[in-house]
Design a protein around this ligand. Structure first.
Ligand code: URA
Length: 251
């Protein structure tokens, strides 16, 4: 594939990719003459943008930013697995509209089937890789409800020093914020298998509810109901790229 071919992009696809609507909805907008490229109204949905990075694409005179990658946040419901396919349980991808999942959306880390909350999905593999890499120590914060003896100041110190799991692995320092006697927030910088549950187990407690609230600076939008998702804002996207020292690519 030559460079010239690589950057050619169908107008309807470009607009669906930034979340303007389904492929069908986007085509209807184009047909109605609401979309212009470089000042010229385009009514053919198969129109090809030969240089999407340079084109000024507008919807009703509003200038749109075309992005090479798609990034979204999902409020994961319990019962769904963080995988592309599963024989027994529904997968998180089923919650995403087809026009956003035609390219491979990768989830940044996994949540257990019974865990709810923030899942970040992106088509940028390098961004996903860096956000999960121990090198960047991205902090993930979880809301936990647990069974067992209420946490104390001494426990907080223990988490700060590094909890030793039952298999003798020592965790990186973590921040425990006590909300009440069975409710805490825990911020960790790594993503070992069942890490939060195992950390609490190592202190003799059992997680009864687990929900992820944030990944780095990205916080779960409180407007998102369980099972809902939305595309990230420009500000959220640039914050994520900056946090892992990655240049933000457009076209
Ligand atoms: N830690 C866990 O134990 N489970 C999750 O789903 C996420 C972090």
């Amino acid at each position: 594939m030559t460079m010239a071919e690589k950057t050619r992009l169908r107008l309807d696809r470009a607009l669906a990719q930034i979340g303007l609507g389904t492929r069908k909805e986007v085509r209807a907008l184009i047909k109605k003459g609401r979309v212009a490229v470089d000042g010229e109204i385009i009514t053919d949905h198969g129109f090809i943008l030969t240089n999407p990075g340079e084109a000024a694409v507008t919807l009703d005179d509003m200038l749109l930013t075309l992005r090479k990658h798609t990034h979204l946040m999902l409020n994961k419901p319990a019962g769904y697995v963080s995988a592309h396919k599963d024989n027994r349980f529904p997968v998180i991808l089923e919650l995403i509209a087809p026009e956003l999942r035609y390219r491979s959306l990768t989830s940044v880390g996994r949540l257990d089937r019974d865990t709810t909350g923030l899942i970040l999905m992106t088509t940028d593999g390098e961004l996903a890789h860096r956000l999960m890499s121990p090198k960047y120590q991205i902090v993930k914060t979880y809301h936990i409800i647990y069974a067992g003896r209420p946490f104390s100041e001494a426990d907080r110190e223990q988490f700060r020093l590094g909890i030793m799991l039952e298999d003798k692995t020592v965790c990186l320092p973590a921040e425990l914020e006590i909300l009440d006697e069975s409710d805490v927030l825990l911020s960790i910088k790594e993503g070992k298998y069942h890490q939060v549950k195992r950390m609490l187990e190592a202190t003799g407690r059992k997680v009864t509810y687990l929900s992820r609230l944030s990944i780095g600076e990205l916080t779960l939008d409180p407007e998102l109901d369980i099972g809902e998702y939305r595309l990230l804002t420009e500000e959220e996207i640039s914050g994520l790229y900056a946090s892992v020292k990655l240049e933000l690519e457009e076209y």
